[in-house]
Design a protein around this ligand. Structure first.
Ligand code: GLP
Length: 261
């Protein structure tokens, strides 16, 4: 794991965008794993800026989103399909036929999940996976106690997650109980994983994920087993880490050639 602590979320998002852009320039056919939530929004803004001002080209890329609410279609304002359209896809040149998001309206959910897994394999696997983290350590919608080997499937949200995500809906009652999410096993097969976490309410989950034991009780902790996991934090989300000074020293003293690896 590489822990990158920035003074604020804007700086951290620029750092993550720099890594992502370097991977896309190196591999114009990159397969991107994308996340929703408030956290990746500044990253997506920076990516859009790089597309507009620096010609960062997505025409050869393919994308797979982590998750979607069961029962919500593209016309629902809180659906992740709508979120991605508004916050990223409408502003970059990623071809529509290479965008994949689990279908919250699928009639046969297990078959849809199996097909989603197959599409990821057929695309050659995910090159860079973007992740946020829930206040309980969930990644995608893999809630605590999710199998660390899980694949794309239906999950039931905890009360805490429904409450955390209620601000995207008119009321907490409107937040669906069920979701489709890539599994933790699916996420772990990505070649590089970038997890972003900002703010005080993520500090406990981050401390558990980075310095706690690997446990299904904090699903993000499995990233300790990933060969290329980069954790982008601001001061607040990093505030409970015991080895903060070490992570800073490592980052400040990296050889130049290693910066975008
Ligand atoms: C949802 C998403 C996760 C996201 C999490 C945190 O549960 N499924 O992918 O990481 O919310 O959201 P936020 O970034 O808004 O704090």
């Amino acid at each position: 794991m590489e822990i990158i602590i920035s003074p604020d979320s804007a700086t951290a998002s620029r750092e993550a965008a720099r890594f992502l852009a370097a991977r896309i320039r190196k591999n114009p056919g990159a397969v991107l794993g994308l996340a929703t939530g408030s956290t990746p929004v500044p990253l997506y803004r920076e990516i859009i800026r790089r597309h507009r001002e620096e010609g960062l080209d997505f025409s050869g890329c393919t994308s797979f989103n982590l998750d979607e609410y069961v029962g919500l279609g593209a016309d629902h304002p809180a659906s992740y399909r709508r979120f991605m359209q508004e916050n990223l896809f409408s502003a970059i040149n990623l071809p529509a036929d290479r965008i994949h998001i689990p279908d919250g309206l699928a009639s046969d959910i297990p078959a849809h999940c199996a097909a989603y897994e197959k599409s990821i394999l057929d695309a050659g696997g995910i090159d860079v996976q973007i992740l946020g983290i829930g206040s309980d350590g969930h990644v995608g919608f893999n809630e605590p106690t999710s199998s660390l080997a899980s694949r794309t499937r239906i999950k039931t949200l905890t009360t805490r997650t429904r409450s955390d995500n209620a601000h995207f809906f008119d009321s907490e009652n409107d937040v669906p109980h069920h979701v489709i999410t890539m599994g933790i096993g699916t996420i772990m097969e990505a070649r590089a994983v970038l997890l972003l976490a900002f703010g005080e309410n993520k500090a406990e989950a981050v401390a558990g994920a980075v310095e706690g034991p690997i446990s299904a009780n904090n699903p993000a902790s499995i990233l300790q087993m990933h060969p290329t996991a980069k954790i982008y934090l601001d001061e607040k989300s990093a505030s409970l880490l015991k080895r903060r000074d070490y992570y800073r020293w490592v980052r400040d003293n990296k050889p130049d050639w290693q910066r975008d690896c």
